[in-house]
Design a binder for this molecule. Structure first.
Ligand code: PMP
Length: 354
């Protein structure tokens, strides 16, 4: 830390993204990326925009927003595009939370939520998940705090039905409820249609997972025109050109080939079911994941040992040191071939344990 670092950030513990090592080629199952490349229109769109990089991007991302409006059936004034959904989430924290409006979220969830809260001086409450790692919906009914819930949750993959989300939103009418749907296309129920009914609901989604654009950084949020206007105020006060030209075009192009991505999501769901069954045969317990990853635990080998063993064998998965989930590993669902490698290497490691 330099002697110039602001005191207000001195105790900030930054979010730790999944490792991106370059020492060798790994089967990379640690950051929930799509194993499928972007569709052909995306390549062409990016190339075309590259020739215009001397010009700033459209601060309103109008073409993309209009396409999102068509695909999701919501008016453009209910949409905002962001630099990854991380940015949408932080704009929401900044816009709606403060000392008088703290935020609550599960103790086991996306690790960026406490970082956004700490960084912006927002008090927060971490509500423990049930022992089986499900969200106890009653804990969120009428709590008079802002709320953020990832649905499906991460890293558990467990999803809440829309009826539970609606109960939470309806019971906290004077607070903003943010539903982070980063993984919704892999089997969750989206709350987008509830945004017309509830002015306190903000749904956040991303192009990073089902739409194969993690490296482009594109997210979006859907909510009442007033919530979205507040987020634009934050956006214009941070970076009006938050979505770059190539990303904007890539997102638009991806939406014109939506069928390709939704088909890929179906493939991932099938591979997830196959892998979950296979890994259970090997003595693992697996949560009921509706996301593009599995959250697994084995009674005979620690999460860290499995993670390190797989890494040594060229397979990267994610291990979290947090006490409650330190026995688990989170495994991104890749191609069928990648999952076969994962299973083979797991067998080798478990074999060595006997
Ligand atoms: N929400 C959740 C639950 C996530 O796991 C992630 C991915 N790390 C994000 C949001 C952010 O994704 P991105 O910024 O790539 O859209």
């Amino acid at each position: 830390m330099s002697r110039f670092f602001s005191k207000k950030y001195a105790s900030l513990v930054p979010y730790v993204p999944g490792e991106q090592p370059r020492d060798r080629k790994y089967v990379k199952l640690n950051t929930n990326e799509s194993p499928f490349p972007p569709s052909p229109a995306v390549f062409n769109a990016v190339l075309e925009e590259a020739g215009m990089l001397q010009l700033y991007s459209d601060p309103d991302c109008s073409i993309l927003i209009n396409k999102l409006s068509e695909v999701y059936g919501v008016a453009p004034e209910r949409l905002i595009a962001t630099n990854g959904s991380d940015e949408a989430l932080e704009f929401a924290f900044m816009a709606f939370c403060d000392g008088e409006h703290p935020i609550a979220f599960p103790d086991i969830t996306y690790g960026f939520y406490p970082v956004f809260a700490e960084k912006n001086g927002i008090p927060y409450e971490e509500i423990p998940l049930n022992d089986d790692l499900t969200v106890n919906v009653e804990d969120y009914i009428g709590i008079n705090k802002n709320i953020v819930i990832a649905n499906p949750n991460a890293p558990t993959g467990i999803a809440l039905p829309l009826s539970d989300i609606e109960r939470i939103v309806a019971s906290n009418p004077d607070n903003v409820v943010i539903i982070d749907e980063a993984y919704v296309d892999f089997g969750g129920e989206s709350a987008v249609k509830l945004t017309e009914k509830y002015d306190n609901l903000l749904v956040v989604q991303t192009f990073s997972k089902s739409r194969s654009l993690a490296g482009a950084r594109l997210g979006f949020a859907i909510g009442s025109p007033e919530l979205i206007a507040d987020m634009h105020t934050l956006r214009y006060s941070t970076n009006p050109y938050n979505v770059n030209r190539m990303t904007c075009a890539a997102g638009y192009a991806a939406l014109t080939e939506n069928g390709y991505y939704m088909q890929n999501a179906e493939t991932i769901k099938r591979t997830r079911a196959y892998t979950a069954a296979e890994i259970e045969k090997r003595g693992f317990s697996v949560t009921d994941s509706k996301a593009n990853f599995l959250f697994v635990r084995h009674g005979k080998i620690s999460g860290e040992k499995l993670y390190l063993g797989l890494k040594e064998h060229g397979v990267l998965v994610r291990h979290f040191k947090k006490e409650r989930i330190k026995d688990y590993c989170r495994i991104t669902v890749g191609t069928a071939m990648e999952m076969k490698t994962l299973l083979d290497k797991t067998d080798m490691i478990l074999g060595g344990e006997k």
